[in-house]
Design a protein around this ligand. Structure first.
Ligand SMILES: NC(=O)c1ccc[n+]([C@@H]2O[C@H](COP(=O)([O-])OP(=O)(O)OC[C@H]3O[C@@H](n4cnc5c(N)ncnc54)[C@H](OP(=O)(O)O)[C@@H]3O)[C@@H](O)[C@H]2O)c1
Length: 319
């Protein structure tokens, strides 16, 4: 395994720290790209993180942080060769622009977020020899004041997005896959990530906005009075998916939505958490994406349209 390629991870969010802590437990090199100028970072350049795994076992971790000012003050700092970017969908493009001067010309970038990625826009930010990958994950983690907790086992799917990533040798791809498996595994490598993204989109388009609007935990979506709304939203997702050439079967996706509602019944969705904390939501990459697709095909999705407006209104009321 090509384990000497150090991994840089953007931010100190739940997924990024989960990946960082799991790698460091395996004694693999990780550093964090952090923009926050917190006092502990200013003085030491290090971030301390407590990690609690699924079995409740806790470990303490210390990370070196890197950012634009580190490259300015220490010009010999090596350029970034492999970076995971697990940020909210709306944060990816500004992040790529910020990172580009500090990436090696052959860097590997692994982007991971909920909602539909703007893959073409991401590719346009890269140089020809930089490899772009997308990682979709259902791992669950929660950020706390002192660190991060792994809250739910999930699966991750990795795909090469641009020609440079696709033409990497089998051994290069395996090395990346193994590193990501230790970080956010199990990871499956797929040639076409779109079916995975649409399935996840169908679930997110139902669970996230409704829980945000009703300010309820996922399990409360099993209430019979919400069944007509869930059904109507999902039918619209399947309609627009079909127009995009995606085979998203209504019945199997409806039962998957209810499986996720049951399996995550105690959880607060990320959109509800964002609303509660007054942070921007990912509604534009989820419901907004569906509506943009629908407009291209001259379809109307009245239930999703109403939900988007309600969530946007809710978010505005918070700010
Ligand atoms: N948490 C989960 O269980 C989970 C599960 C599956 C999928 N996801 C998805 O995975 C993505 C990440 O989730 P998350 O929960 O880890 O989000 P998060 O807690 O918001 O973490 C993202 C982190 O990246 C930082 N960041 C953004 N842009 C940056 C930049 N240019 N430079 C440095 N730091 C930057 C953010 O800083 P600020 O806080 O300052 O913005 C934040 O610390 C989202 O799309 C989410 O929906 C999450």
């Amino acid at each position: 395994m090509n384990e000497l390629v150090p991994l840089t991870i953007v931010g100190q969010g739940a997924i990024g720290l989960l990946a960082a802590c799991q790698l460091q437990r395996q004694r693999l090199p990780v550093q964090l790209w952090l923009r926050h100028n917190e006092s502990n970072l200013r003085q030491t350049g290090k971030l301390s993180v407590d990690f609690t795994d699924l079995s409740g076992q806790s470990t303490s971790h210390i990370y070196t942080s890197v950012n634009a000012s580190v490259f300015t003050t220490a010009p010999a700092t090596p350029l970034i060769t492999r970076i995971v970017i697990p940020v909210k969908a709306y944060a990816v493009l500004p992040c790529l622009a910020e990172l580009q001067p500090y990436l090696s010309s052959q860097a590997q970038l692994i982007i991971s977020h909920n909602g539909m990625p703007e893959l073409e826009a991401y590719q346009q930010q890269l140089k020809a020899e930089q490899a772009l990958w997308f990682l979709s994950t259902t791992q669950a983690a929660l950020r706390s004041a002192s660190g991060v907790q792994h809250t739910g086992i999930g699966q991750s799917t990795l795909a090469a997005i641009n020609p440079t990533a696709r033409k990497q040798s089998a051994s290069q791809q395996q090395a990346l896959l193994q590193q990501l498996t230790l970080a956010l595994g199990p990871v499956t490598l797929t040639a076409d990530i779109l079916p995975v993204l649409w399935q996840k989109l169908a679930i997110n388009a139902v669970i996230n906005p409704i829980t945000a609007l009703h300010r309820c935990r996922n399990g409360e979506l099993a209430a019979p009075e919400l069944a007509p709304l869930i059904s109507a939203l999902l039918r619209e997702v399947c309609l627009v998916a079909a127009a995009e050439g995606m085979d998203l079967t209504y019945a199997s996706n409806l039962s998957r939505v209810y499986q996720v509602i049951e399996a995550t019944k105690a959880n607060k969705s990320s959109m509800l958490q964002d609303i509660e904390h007054g942070r921007p939501t990912e509604i534009n990459a989820i419901t907004g994406y569906l509506l943009r697709c629908a407009a291209r095909h001259k379809l109307t999705l009245p239930h999703n349209e109403r939900l988007l407006a309600q969530v946007q209104q809710l978010a505005q009321g918070q700010s």
